[in-house]
Design a protein around this ligand. Structure first.
Ligand code: C2O
Ligand code: CU
Length: 477
């Protein structure tokens, strides 16, 4: 009953459509210690059937290859920039608690990689889980064009499942002829809800009601969902099926059903679910996005083949925990961060170069729409004035207060944090995360041990918001 590569190859063959793993994932598990190569370049891909879309991606595909490692491995990944024009880039390994110098943040942890050049990343992988990678340079454009991929660190003893799937959810903004709209950097997106695509994608291909995945009765699936969209929030309804969440942002959590029956996946977030397929032959179970007018992303269709097993499996065990430093709730030092701004609500005042400005007045010249603790700053500019300075080993409570009318998936680099309270109410699981959804006018309290030295980004993962000022750093010294 263990997950076998041959099964994946079989089931991604003819007759199945895009919900299955794309062929690039059949390239196999990278060998331990083998330097991997990621090449960022422009090419075209059939995002919509029968149409070529000009994309940017890694190794000639969107998403880029799934990089697979085992816990404790050292990843060696050479990233070469072959992007068009003078575009410089970096790669950030989202969610991995790595050494600061390998974090891939331009001007903070490294100089951007010039065209034609290679940067060698090397870092160890302390945690098993589902992670991802993407550029941190002009990410609102580079990620939107297709530069992203999944990085999986396997548990020492993987949870036994019949099949494992990776679902990279994203969107593209396409013209009717399939070309990408290149309206990157619009102030309305920076200060509004971000830049939404009009074509939903699953593993880089358009997805919709016709997209069906054949499943078998009694089959146990592990689905690793990754939201790589720059702004789109997914709220998935697995109608008629009962997925159990086993990990958030790569970190195990007690297995539990979808809260209110829905799976909320903000930009940058990951969720691992276990799905024990129930139903009768030929039955079709739609997967629907409740955020976007009930858009159907696809369907799980039960095959007429005999059931995989006679009796249903017992509930899955929890995944083995990673060795994260546990914040001591009695020792927390409290810090606050207030977010203001955006193109709705009353105009916020922010300090820019020490002088108060009305944000709507500076948005046109400066592209700034948001403040963090009353400061307005440019992308990556806060590195000279970190939002917080923590001493190494300090136990930190970070209280986020959203005084805007927008949602913000807030992401901290180099650490995972426990989500303790949302709007003052304790969370059920105190789950570990690296990216947490902060609702409009909401508060979220997180706690963590600042154990990883360096200067770390703390930003909104709506990448247009980050570029519009919701990006700062936290120093651990
Ligand atoms: Cu996924 Cu700072 O990013
Ligand atoms: Cu935001």
């Amino acid at each position: 009953m263990t997950f076998s590569r041959r099964d994946i190859l079989k089931t991604t063959g003819a007759g199945l459509s895009m919900l299955a793993l794309p062929p690039v994932q059949a390239q196999g598990t990278p060998q331990r210690g083998t330097p991997l190569k990621l090449r960022a370049s422009a090419f075209s891909q059939a995002v919509r059937p029968g149409m070529r879309t000009d994309v940017w991606g890694f190794n000639g595909s969107v998403p880029g290859p799934v990089l697979r490692f085992r816990r404790g491995d050292t990843a060696r990944i050479a990233v070469t920039n072959e992007l068009p024009g003078k575009a410089t880039t970096t790669v950030h390994w989202h969610g991995i608690r790595l050494a600061n110098a390998m974090d891939g943040v331009p001007h903070v942890t490294q100089e951007p990689i010039p065209n034609g050049r290679t940067f060698d990343y090397e870092f160890t992988l302390p945690d098993a889980g589902t992670f991802w990678y993407h550029p941190h340079q002009h990410s609102f454009e580079q990620v939107a064009r297709g530069l992203y991929g999944t990085l999986i660190v396997e548990e020492d003893k993987p949870l036994p499942v019949d099949r494992e799937l990776v679902w990279v959810l994203s969107d593209f903004k396409l013209l009717p002829n399939g070309r990408q709209v290149s309206d990157f950097g619009r102030l309305a997106d920076f200060g509004g809800g971000g830049r939404l695509g009009n074509v939903f994608t699953l593993n880089g291909r358009e997805t919709g009601p016709d997209n069906s995945l054949e499943v078998r009765r009694g089959e146990r699936l592990r689905v690793r969902l990754v939201n790589t969209a720059t702004a789109r929030i997914f709220l998935l309804d697995f109608r008629g099926q009962k997925p159990l969440i086993v990990a958030y942002d790569g970190q195990p959590v007690d297995p539990h059903p979808l809260p209110q029956g829905l799976l909320l996946l903000g930009p940058g977030q990951r969720t691992d679910v276990i799905l024990d397929i129930d139903g009768s032959p030929g039955q079709s179970f739609p997967v629907i996005d409740r955020r976007d007018k009930g858009y159907q992303l696809g369907a799980l269709v039960v095959s007429s083949k005999p059931a995989v097993r006679a009796r249903p499996l017992a509930a899955p065990a929890a995944l083995p925990r990673n060795a994260l430093p546990e914040p001591d709730l009695g020792k927390l030092e409290e810090h606050y961060i207030v977010f203001e701004g955006g193109l709705l609500g009353k105009p916020a005042i922010g300090l820019l170069d020490g002088k108060p400005h009305k944000l709507p007045d500076i948005i046109r010249e400066q592209g700034l729409s948001w403040t963090m603790n009353y400061q307005a700053e440019h992308e990556h500019a806060l590195m000279h004035t970190p939002l917080f300075r923590f001493r190494r080993g300090q136990h930190i409570a970070l209280k986020m207060i959203n005084e805007t009318e927008f949602e913000h998936p807030m992401h901290l680099h180099g650490h995972s944090f426990r989500v303790l309270r949302v709007n003052g109410r304790p969370t059920q699981f105190s789950e570990w995360r690296d990216t947490v959804m902060l609702g409009p006018r909401a508060t979220v309290d997180v706690a963590f041990v600042a154990d990883n030295p360096g200067e770390w980004m703390f930003h909104c993962h709506i990448l247009e918001h980050a570029a519009g000022g919701m990006m700062g750093t936290v120093t651990v010294e």
